[in-house]
Ligand binder design. Structure first.
Ligand SMILES: NC(=O)c1ccc[n+]([C@@H]2O[C@H](COP(=O)([O-])OP(=O)(O)OC[C@H]3O[C@@H](n4cnc5c(N)ncnc54)[C@H](OP(=O)(O)O)[C@@H]3O)[C@@H](O)[C@H]2O)c1
Length: 311
């Protein structure tokens, strides 16, 4: 008997972890329709062509999404809602950037790492929530760098408040290492969102839509992990950092397969509010449960994105 058709949306799926996740979902089950939510149409079209050939699944599509623009997130959501895809069963918030030390503001006037990695994914979830047909799953790609107790001081997150993260004072923020700190902080925010949305699901009696967070491990060969970086940084990420962060090393192929399982495998039925370090469920940092910080991020995200009906 043919399996019922269903849809998954993966942000930033033209390369790296997102591509591998798309490939594994599409290959494992030909009844899944996979939507690559990407900003660059040339790269995305090529990824669609390659994925169709590599998986034998013809149901792979590109829909434009630039997470550095709230208008683009809204346009993506409207286009998706107006289209006639099979029921939406998965939303993978994967795309991400690791900024340089110099603060870059988006055209919405918001610090780019915070908008791309956090606020736009928040908005996307809010806009698509009603389209998720239970049982359905949301996955937030985070990182062990969210933890504020690592041995590498330069990589530690620093959650002050969301207003300051969105609108940092440029002069005070262009300091050495601040790009890395903004990145780690954005990955902590992905856990704040996970815990808040999971709590809301409990409060509202929604138990057949789940949300979990995922750490793919250190993948030095992705765009974010290395290719766009300077030679020294690549060397550092590939050979030095793993010495400090034991067992951290992975590849997009391996981690993408595990991320795909979190969307499609029955093994994870009903699991929500969890944090997976690749295949293993582990405890996230204590800070990721900080009620004041979670409320601050949530309320400020609502204010900045101006959403009308929150989950
Ligand atoms: N690499 C690691 O070691 C590592 C470790 C822990 C967590 N992670 C997380 O894993 C996720 C995937 O990263 P990756 O390592 O696979 O990096 P990657 O190869 O650079 O992939 C990042 C994806 O995000 C997309 N993206 C960037 N800015 C965007 C925007 N404004 N709108 C829409 N899409 C945008 C990129 O599109 P373009 O191709 O157009 O740039 C690309 O598809 C990220 O959330 C990252 O934080 C990575």
């Amino acid at each position: 008997m043919a399996l019922a058709e269903q849809t998954v949306i993966i942000t930033g799926a033209n390369t790296g972890l997102g591509y591998s996740c798309a490939k594994n979902i599409a290959a494992e089950n030909k009844s899944w329709h996979v939507i690559l939510a990407c900003r660059d149409s040339k790269k995305a079209d090529e990824a669609v062509r390659n994925l169709i050939v590599e998986t034998g699944n013809p149901n792979i599509y590109f829909l434009p999404l630039d997470l550095s623009s709230f208008d683009s997130v809204k346009a993506f959501s409207s286009k998706y809602i107006q289209s006639n895809y099979p029921p939406l069963k998965g939303l993978v918030c994967n795309a991400g950037i690791a900024g340089e030390d110099e603060v870059v503001f988006t055209k919405d006037g918001i610090e780019s790492t915070f908008q791309v990695n956090c606020l736009s994914h928040f908005l996307l979830i809010q806009l698509l929530f009603k389209k998720l047909i239970p049982p359905a799953r949301i996955l937030m790609v985070s990182s062990e760098l969210h933890r504020n107790n690592g041995s590498m001081k330069a990589f530690l997150p620093n959650y002050t408040n969301a207003q300051e993260l969105a609108y940092p004072n440029k002069e005070n923020s262009n300091i050495k290492g601040s790009g890395q700190i903004r990145y780690s902080t954005s990955k902590l925010c992905m856990l704040f969102y996970t815990h808040k949305i999971n709590d809301l699901f409990h409060e509202k009696g929604i138990n057949n839509i789940t949300i979990n967070a995922f750490n793919p491990g250190l993948m030095p060969d992705t765009g974010l992990g290395g290719l766009n970086r300077k030679l020294f940084q690549k060397f550092f990420l590939k050979y030095i950092l793993p010495i400090f962060v034991k067992g951290a090393l992975s590849t997009p192929q391996r981690s993408g397969k595990l991320l795909a399982q979190l969307i499609i495998s029955d093994k994870f039925n009903g699991m929500s509010g969890k944090y997976f370090d690749r295949e293993k469920e582990i405890a996230p940092s204590d800070e990721s449960f900080d009620k004041n910080k979670i409320a601050d991020l949530w309320n400020t995200s609502i204010k900045i994105t101006k959403i009308e009906n929150e989950i």
